[in-house]
Design a protein around this ligand. Structure first.
Ligand SMILES: [Zn+2]
Length: 364
């Protein structure tokens, strides 16, 4: 069996794909093919049918509906009271296998979004699930700001995907903003790779040390959003970084900054898409190089400690320069980064760490 995401654009389709895949038990084999923001989920086992999948999805919705509401409404404040009431109604309506099965059959063919969208009837889609509808982007992408109607299944799967796979960082008070990162891909990814991503993102250690960490939250305020994306990726485990790097896919991070303004109204302040393959490959090179050494330098922990120290010392330019080098691997960028770091640290980086960074420089 094959399931297709509707075609509501890369952001919402990625969320819907995660909503579906995070519902599938880890013992079931499947692969996901992403292309131009649309995803196909193909099951290897022929016995898997729509009723079986509907049961897994409704169970995932039933188990997590309160946490989904809590995250979107109470923690991030990305939804107001009337949207919250509707979301709750949809979550309740789609927490039985029968209800999901009927709605999910629309996903057996590609292009379900053609029945929905701009000017169509249905629930007006909410900003955190479809940031492109926001005013900022309306101007930027010349979209008309007509309401974009979607069905409850699309809303619920996207909300579920947001809860299971998005990385939301709340900026420190007094700001009422969040930067939400969402990993997406083009190419093939399998159940093991996605399973590792879900369990890492929901791991309490990652939530505590990264998502809720005050230094990281300060970084969301002071760093350029692309630099911040790299900082978060560098905080992933070596094992997850390797998994992402070894998959037959190109990885991208979609980053949206949401502002909550007066009266609880939500606006999109910024949106950015960053292809992160080159950065991932630099991190993998550092890990591999280090694994052959005794004693090990542990470059990723060094990088993490250094980054947090620089954020706390309010040296965003040094962080930016360091991560720019990790993307470009150009000797001129290493030179700039070393100068910035020496100035910020009032001392050198340490010979062993410097040597490892220097090994990344691409030979012209
Ligand atoms: Zn729909």
């Amino acid at each position: 069996m094959k399931i297709y995401t509707p075609g509501h654009g890369a952001f919402m389709d990625t969320l819907i794909m995660y909503g579906i895949t995070s519902s599938i038990p880890s013992t079931v084999k499947y692969k996901v093919f992403g292309s131009a923001g649309v995803f196909e989920i193909e099951f290897v086992n022929n016995q898997i049918n729509i009723d079986w999948l509907a049961k897994s999805i409704s169970n995932n919705i039933f188990t997590n509906s309160q946490s989904i509401e809590q995250l979107l409404v109470e923690q991030l404040r990305l939804m107001q009271a009337d949207a919250q009431r509707k979301l709750r109604t949809f979550l309740e309506a789609l927490s039985t296998p029968e209800a999901v099965s009927q709605e999910l059959s629309k996903y057996l063919e590609p292009g379900h979004a053609r029945e929905e969208g701009r000017g169509r009837k249905g629930q007006h889609v909410w900003l955190p699930l479809y940031p492109h509808i926001g005013k900022y982007l309306t101007k930027e992408y010349r979209y008309e700001s007509k309401s974009y109607g979607v069905c409850p299944m699309c809303v619920v799967l996207a909300a579920l995907g947001f809860y299971r796979a998005a990385i939301p960082i709340r900026l420190p008070p007094p700001e009422r903003s969040s930067q939400v990162l969402l990993l997406t891909f083009e190419g093939f990814v399998n159940e093991k790779q996605l399973g590792e991503l879900f369990s890492f993102i929901q791991n309490p250690a990652f939530v505590q040390d990264v998502i809720n960490n005050i230094t990281i939250r300060r970084g969301a305020r002071t760093l350029p959003s692309s630099t911040f994306i790299y900082v978060i990726l560098a905080s992933f485990s070596s094992s997850l970084l390797k998994t992402l790097h070894q998959s037959a896919a190109t990885w991208k991070v979609l980053s949206t900054t949401f502002d909550v303004i007066r009266g609880g109204v939500v606006q999109v302040r910024g949106y950015e898409e960053v292809v992160v393959d080159r950065f991932l490959s630099s991190l993998i090179k550092l890990i591999d190089m280090d694994s052959r050494k005794t004693p090990q330098v542990l470059p990723l922990s060094r990088l993490d400690r250094l980054t947090r120290w620089l954020i706390d010392k309010e040296e965003p330019a040094a962080v930016e320069a360091l991560y720019r080098f990790l993307v470009t691997c150009r000797s001129s960028d290493l030179y700039v980064a070393s100068r910035q770091l020496a100035k910020a640290l009032q001392q050198g980086l340490g010979k062993d760490f410097c040597e490892e960074l220097a090994c990344l420089v691409r030979r012209a």
